[in-house]
Ligand binder design. Sequence first.
Ligand code: SF4
Ligand code: SF4
Length: 192
Amino acid sequence: MTQNQIIVSPQKGLQKNEALVDIRQMISACIQCGTCTASCPNEFAMDLTPRHLWRMVLMGQSDDIFKSKTFFLCSACYYCTLRCPRGLPLTDAMMALKQIAANRYPKEYKSSVAFYQSFIKSIRKNGRVHEVGFINHYYLLMGNPFLPLKYASLGLKLMRKGKLSLRAPKAKQGIQNLEAIFRKVESMEADL
Ligand code: SF4
Ligand code: SF4
């Protein structure tokens, strides 16, 4: 798996419920207390709360799970993992759901995957997100020439307020260390 992939290809051949087996094991001790939902800073934007999502994983409701975008809204802050009274690896489980979704449902999750890939590419290149470069890469991956029009007025408004710059940030000190981390992760993922 490289920086541009969030896909574990061996899962491609798995049946829907087989793909969830490992994740179900990770969260099998869930007692539905709701602490994960109460801790999640992104819960307000999710279509399923984390607690609800884990319940559906336990019930094997693959069809409904992979209509949801909840796991793609997980920003891996680890609050839920730290606070879960059962000590469950919830952030890892969210990431595993992202991988299955990207792998098995590329059309349905095209926008989420393109967003993620563009974000990572921008961080790797600049040491932080360069908003204009990030969104241009996202548009490119989406391949819809009309998409930029949808956000044009917002982009202009932000530019007028000095919130967006066309110029990429200067490479910061330590960018080589960041690149070394990316390479290390890539080599670890290649061994999976
Ligand atoms: S915090 Fe842990 S035990 Fe509680 S609902 Fe969430 S996953 Fe289940
Ligand atoms: S790791 Fe993800 S699901 Fe858990 S609290 Fe953070 S954003 Fe929410």
